[in-house]
Design a protein around this ligand. Structure first.
Ligand code: NDP
Length: 254
């Protein structure tokens, strides 16, 4: 399927040393891209990169920088470009969660969530977008959440950042489409990863997820692969500024 073929493309998936990001990296490798595996902790990123290389046979590199630090981002991107040239596909996947009732949430929690989940996509998107614009093509995929559209008690700052991802995606579409760049978002439902480990272990919450999700189960990271390959490939060349919910139907029903 040449429409979905990523041979010769270079992809950076932020936060791909585990969880959803690691699965997205695997999907891109399986479609033929070479992939930069990223996180802050070097040894976990290296372990993930070699696991991915072994399982797919694809080419991987490791980059470690904090996506909340503009100068670290710049240094990390220069290093990638020196070795592999320009980035063709950027997945802004890094995200964090802090749970507390709204009245108890601290400004420090708010600031960390906004910096990690939203400002990071602006900063990395802008720096990578400049190179894509100069080359006249590129694919940017921002990772949202069902909380991009639906609120829940106890995660209000997180929901605000994920709502922001939707409008960041549409704004980037408006500004970057003239340069041949498509920016779209994938919004996962409830997936079993390290970020949600406490919820997966909570029997009551797991029963709620099964009941609230038409598919009747937690998402598995492999459920994300089709969406990321679609948005990274020529198959989506006329799709721009969209949000695709990969949520087992959760946002379609009340
Ligand atoms: P994980 O916590 O499992 O993984 C997070 C990744 O991001 C790790 O690779 C981590 O590596 C890296 N990371 C975290 N902070 C930074 C930082 N400041 N700079 C650089 N790297 C960083 O997350 P998930 O896989 O669960 O989530 C991935 C994305 O999907 C997030 O945007 C999340 O909001 C979203 N999502 C997840 C859902 C779920 O059910 N799991 C549901 C909906 C959305 P290191 O610690 O070494 O830095």
């Amino acid at each position: 399927m040449t429409l979905f073929d990523l041979t010769g493309r270079t992809a950076l998936v932020t936060g791909s040393s585990r969880g959803i990001g690691m699965a997205l990296a695997r999907g891109l490798l399986e479609a033929g891209a070479r992939v930069v595996v990223h996180g802050r902790d070097r040894s976990s990123a290296e372990e993930a990169a070699s696991t991915l290389h072994r399982s797919t046979g694809g080419e991987t590199r490791v980059a470690t920088f904090d996506v909340t630090d503009p100068s670290a981002i710049e240094g990390g991107l220069v290093e990638i470009e020196q070795h592999w040239g320009g980035i063709d596909v950027l997945v802004n996947n890094v995200g964090m969660q802090r749970r507390s009732p709204f009245l108890e949430a601290t400004k420090a929690d708010w600031d960390d969530l906004v910096a990690t989940n939203l400002t990071s996509a602006f900063l990395v998107g802008q720096q990578v977008g400049r190179g894509m614009a100069a080359r006249g093509s590129g694919k940017i995929i921002n990772i949202g959440s069902v909380q991009s559209q639906l609120a829940r008690p106890g995660v209000t700052p997180y929901s605000a950042t994920k709502g922001g991802i939707v409008m960041l995606t549409k704004g980037m579409c408006a500004d970057l489409a003239p340069y041949g760049i498509q920016t779209n978002a994938i919004a996962p439902g409830y997936f079993s990863t390290e970020l949600t480990a406490a919820l997966v272990a909570d029997e009551q919450f797991t029963a709620w997820v099964a009941d609230r999700t038409p598919a009747g189960r937690w998402g598995r990271v492999d459920d994300m692969l089709g969406a990321v390959v679609f948005f990274a490939s020529a198959a989506s060349d006329f799709v721009n500024g969209q949000v695709l919910y990969v949520d087992g139907g959760m946002t379609a029903v009340v």
